[in-house]
Design a binder for this molecule. Structure first.
Ligand code: PEP
Ligand code: MN
Length: 623
């Protein structure tokens, strides 16, 4: 039973309620979520909701209808983020966990750790206590293996996760690792579950070979009832009659879990398929289905691996997989972040000389720009809304904020010219980029139907992106606003159902409004590319991309001369944009994005050549 408490409840009223519940034999848990306090009464005793509702200080009583309580979404409607070291599992960034099945030696673990880190893994895995089907198989290096894992973390900075197979290992686990895994065979080892609950370390809880989702969540409930909510649910395949794969990966568990629980979902396609060539396809499918993280077995010499060699990817294959996930993730509103580790510590000295990671963005919370901040810098991003683009550039220049996120171009409506002009005017640096898939929603007050609408609030580029849909309703008045959240706010503050707005799902939720139509953009391939700007270069070695701006003389072939340099040096030009030069009619600045690091030593002669062939030349950033 969940008791929603009144906001002005007194301490005495709270303890009165708590005593009544405990007298009835309940375990009582309290939680404050979105400024609302709630109390959970857990246990077998039958409670009368009407009686509880009549108690002073109680606003509402909601029965939890599932047998699992604390892990249910009813108890905690928001997603839980689980930290493994400095890596958050469950947010908008896909977490890749990778490593060998078992730690075999210091060299083996270190070699694989370096490789998987290079290709984008954020957490290292490796078993030290191996639960093997045969007592004659390699059983793991035990405490020696844990020491190697701790060393891997020290050398690479990757947090480490390993399997705990017995309560007796709790102390050494506490000492050496960042997270523990409860293996499939131990999912219903209740003493072990209670033990990891008490340990308080993040737990990867694997689904049993023949367990239902409900049994699995009841096991998670054991851990959480001991006070540990840092649980990641790991689907690793279940036993079916199908022999072509080692197990059958139950991908439908992902949406089922997303509905039932607030805990993040990790998919292990290695144990699920047992076959190297099947791992990547299932990993890609898992991300498309909404998984928060992947756990992949990787070995540099799988033919000689002491366990699970046939299902281990070669490091290069893991690299290809991370590149695929990088492309797939934005389609489902997430990111794979190759610079995750560096970003956590990337601070800039602010105007007061203090380390800051404050980020300026356009509009209000709930806009796509805000979402881009969270996807790039993580859920704890310290964001500062600004009313216009110039104010954003000013805030970075004055070091009021360390960074800013600005949209540069949209795949349907084209470039945001104002920002190109501001990049030229201000002496700031592009230090990163992020691409977001943009889905537009038609949003109205609760109960609004399409035929009620007279007016639609939106920003100009968004109107452009939804042209085909809006053209079906020629009578609607389109009202332009400054930011998409302002459009939604406008509707929330109006009466009746004549007003609607185009905005994000987040904004609709923020203002308690209804979604009238989903996906109203003309083409679903609707992506916006944002740049991250700072006052100084990030100093990144081996940057993948560079942005330049230059002008050339007004004579035949002068632009071609610069393009020829790219061609001759096999440099891929991924964008070229021209903008008029202020006060010089019919003369243009060219903005170019290259797949090269123009500040690298190797590029130096090419850079000289470019400077010689241009009238004006400026590097906007390498990232
Ligand atoms: C493992 O992750 O190495 C492992 C033994 O997994 P499972 O418990 O899923 O078989
Ligand atoms: Mn294994």
């Amino acid at each position: 039973m969940i008791l929603v408490l009144q906001r002005n409840i007194t301490k005495d009223q709270k303890s009165h309620i708590r005593n009544i519940l405990m007298d009835k034999g309940c375990v009582v848990r309290e939680m404050t979520d979105a400024e609302q306090s709630i109390m959970g009464a857990l246990g077998k005793s039958k409670l009368d909701p009407d009686f509880l509702k009549s108690l002073p200080g109680v606003e509402n009583v909601i029965p939890i209808t599932t047998p699992f309580k604390l892990v249910s979404r009813q108890w905690h409607p928001e997603d839980t983020l689980v930290p493994i070291g400095n890596v958050l599992v469950g947010g908008k960034r896909i977490v890749m966990i990778a490593g060998p099945c078992a730690v075999e030696s210091r060299e083996q673990a270190m070699t694989i750790a370096r490789e998987v880190k290079r290709y984008g893994a954020l957490v290292f895995r490796g078993g030290a206590y191996k639960p093997r089907t045969s007592p004659y198989s390699f059983q793991g290096l035990e405490e020696e293996g844990l020491k190697i894992l701790a060393e891997v973390r020290e050398q690479t900075g990757l947090p480490v996760v390993t399997e705990i197979t017995s309560v007796a290992q709790a102390d050494v686990m506490m000492k050496y690792v960042d997270a523990v895994q409860v293996g499939a065979r131990n999912m219903q080892n209740f003493e072990l579950l209670k033990c990891v609950g008490r340990m308080g370390k993040p737990v990867v809880l694997k689904r049993g070979l023949a367990s239902t989702i409900e049994e699995w969540l009841m096991s998670a409930e054991y851990i959480m009832s001991e006070g540990n909510d840092k649980i990641i649910l790991c689907e690793r395949g279940i036993r079916t009659f199908e022999p072509y794969t080692r197990n059958t990966l139950d991908l439908s568990a992902i949406p089922v879990l997303k509905k039932l629980t607030h805990l993040p979902v990790l998919i292990d396609p290695s144990h699920a398929t047992g076959i190297r060539e099947k791992v990547s396809p299932m990993a890609r499918a898992a991300v498309a289905a909404g998984a928060d993280a992947l756990m992949i077995e990787v070995h540099h010499d799988p033919d000689h691996a002491l366990s699970d060699g046939p299902q281990s990817l070669y490091p290069k294959q893991f690299g290809q997989l991370t590149r695929d996930i990088y492309v797939i993730a934005p389609v489902v509103g997430k990111q794979l972040d190759f610079d995750y580790q560096e970003k956590a510590s990337a601070t800039v000295q602010d105007a007061n000389g203090e380390a800051s990671q404050r980020i300026a963005f356009l509009g209000e919370l709930g806009t796509f720009s805000h979402n881009a901040c969270l996807q790039y810098f993580g859920e704890n991003a310290d964001v500062v809304p600004k009313p216009n683009f110039r104010a954003i550039f000013e805030s970075v220049k004055s070091r009021e904020t360390a960074y800013a996120i600005i949209p540069l171009e949209n795949s349907l409506s084209g470039s945001i010219h104002e920002n190109y002009d501001l990049l030229l005017e201000y002496d700031l640096e592009i230090v990163g980029e992020i691409t977001l898939r943009i889905i537009h929603y038609l949003i109205g007050r609760p109960g609004t139907r399409l035929e009620d609408i007279r007016r639609v609030f939106s920003i100009a580029p968004v109107v452009q992106q939804c042209r085909q849909f809006l053209d079906r309703y020629p009578d609607w008045e389109i009202v332009a606003v400054n930011a998409s959240t302002s459009a939604v706010r406008e509707v929330a503050q109006s009466d009746g159902c004549a007003n609607a707005a185009i905005g994000s799902r987040e904004a609709a939720k923020m203002f308690d409004l209804d979604i009238i139509e989903e996906g109203i953009e003309t083409n679903p391939m609707n992506f916006t590319r944002f740049a991250i700007i700072a006052a100084e270069p990030a100093g990144k070695k081996d940057a993948r991309k560079s942005s330049l701006v230059y002008s050339v003389g007004n004579q035949p072939g002068s632009l071609y001369e610069t393009l020829k340099i790219f061609q001759e040096n096999h440099i891929n030009l991924v964008k070229l944009e021209s903008r008029p030069i202020l006060g010089k009619p019919w003369q243009y600045m060219f903005y170019a994005d290259l797949e090269a690091d123009v500040r690298s030593d190797a590029f130096a002669p090419i850079l000289d050549d470019l400077k010689n062939k241009t009238d004006f030349f400026k590097i906007l950033g390498t990232y």
